[in-house]
Design a binder for this molecule. Structure first.
Ligand code: FE2
Length: 170
């Protein structure tokens, strides 16, 4: 996957004023399966003591145990956070709040025919991906997206990459 820096604010001196654009919305990545001890049921994940944030009825997440963070660091050294997260079909089309890319490992798709859509700024579907469970993949979550056609809770491991203001070149 390649990235392009587009100067969107000419007043700002380098390296500031850029927006990052990736040439893909989605791709599978070659990272091994996490060790068995981290393949948990949603009930176990929701009971975790570490900074459990249940932001709404349709999305929640909690920081992953240190041991899982250390395991992820070996394969994604440039990660900025490792969490378990869960969502329902009511999670609307959105841009992620604090990050523009992530690596996900889905433990349960939440349905038999789920897919992830990416949209342009007019909410037209640009791409539709039937992502497989238990297979690491990268997503450009700074673009409008949604997990569609969920019948149950979808959950898994989510690893954040580049975060924040997206207006610097590095
Ligand atoms: Fe998202």
């Amino acid at each position: 996957m390649k990235k392009k820096y587009i100067k969107i604010n000419k007043q700002m001196p380098d390296p500031w004023g850029y927006k990052i654009e990736y040439d893909k919305f989605f791709e599978y990545v070659d990272i091994p399966h996490p060790p068995e001890e981290f393949i948990l049921q949603i009930e176990e994940i929701k009971k975790m003591p570490n900074k459990n944030t249940n932001l709404s009825s349709f999305y929640g997440s909690c920081v992953a145990p240190k041991k899982l963070q250390q395991w992820v660091n070996k394969f994604i050294p440039n990660n900025t956070e490792v969490r378990y997260h869960w969502m329902t079909n009511d999670l609307h089309v959105h841009v992620d709040y604090v990050r523009i890319e992530c690596w996900n490992y889905i433990l349960d798709l939440g349905g038999s025919n789920t897919y992830t859509c990416f949209y342009d700024n007019n909410f037209n579907v640009k791409e539709k991906h039937f992502i497989k469970p238990k297979q690491w993949h990268w997503l450009s979550v700074g673009n409008l997206h949604k997990a569609c056609n969920l019948e149950n809770i979808r959950y898994g491991i989510t690893v954040s990459g580049k975060r924040g203001t997206r207006n610097y070149q590095c």
